[in-house]
Design a binder for this molecule. Structure first.
Ligand SMILES: [Fe+2]
Length: 235
């Protein structure tokens, strides 16, 4: 939101700061390899708000950051704010960014150009394991008002990514659902992360807020390709 404004009675800047403080009190930023901001980074999608977001994150963590565009985001404004939106690579792992958004529209949209961009990012790395990161969910979360916008054909998409990565895909993470989701698509684990602001009520048929606190997830990407994941919430 614009500085000083709230959304659904939530000071989203204050809760973001609380989440970052909580996370990096648990684990030193120097021990954290990367941070994924899984989309819907601004409700008021203008450059000034994205810059404020970027500054707040940078005050807590100076390592690699992957910002994904969500349905509330506007790509051009994110680019104007110089948010990093590229895949991130270590020796063993690659965080593969896939754009699933269309500016200011709730439905997921993975275009041929989005697929080509992901494929190009895969070709230029020799990381042994790949974690897909995207905004829209890859599974139904039993909330019809959210499920109508999930990615279309998630198994086909992941099978394709597994093939074009030469069998290196190990799992996926997504945003959008504002709740803790641990599920699978075929053989791959997929995780939805709590929001840094308000949460959506699990198994709600219509838009409904939950009383759970803002949260985040730690992902421990292991040498053998397995993913250890922990959800945390601020008090
Ligand atoms: Fe979203």
């Amino acid at each position: 939101m614009a500085a000083g404004e709230t959304l659904l009675e939530t000071d989203t800047e204050a809760t973001l700061i609380s989440v970052l403080q909580h996370a990096f009190a648990e684990i030193s930023p120097s021990r954290c390899d990367a941070l994924i901001a899984s989309g819907d980074l601004a409700h008021l999608p203008i450059q000034e708000v994205y810059r404020r977001f970027y500054n707040i994150v940078s005050e807590h963590f100076s390592g690699p950051l992957l910002c994904l565009p969500g349905n509330h985001d506007v790509l051009q404004a994110m680019q104007d704010a110089e948010l990093p939106m590229q895949s991130i690579v270590w020796s063993d792992w690659q965080l593969l960014a896939l754009d699933s958004h269309e500016d200011d529209k709730p439905k997921s949209l993975v275009t041929e150009a989005d697929r080509q961009a992901a494929q190009q990012a895969l070709i230029h790395t020799s990381a042994r394991h790949v974690l897909l990161a995207t905004h829209h969910p890859l599974v139904d979360v039993q909330c019809p008002w959210l499920d109508k916008d999930r990615l279309i054909g998630p198994l086909e998409l992941m099978n394709w990514l597994h093939a074009v990565s030469e069998q290196r895909l190990r799992g996926a993470v997504f945003g959008h659902v504002h709740q803790d989701i641990a599920d699978a698509v075929g053989p791959w684990p997929v995780y939805g992360v709590p929001s840094t602001c308000f949460q959506f009520q699990p198994r709600s048929h219509r838009f409904a807020l939950d009383t759970a606190a803002p949260g985040y997830q730690w992902l421990e990407l292991q040498d053998d390709g397995k993913i250890k994941r922990t959800v945390r919430r601020i008090s």
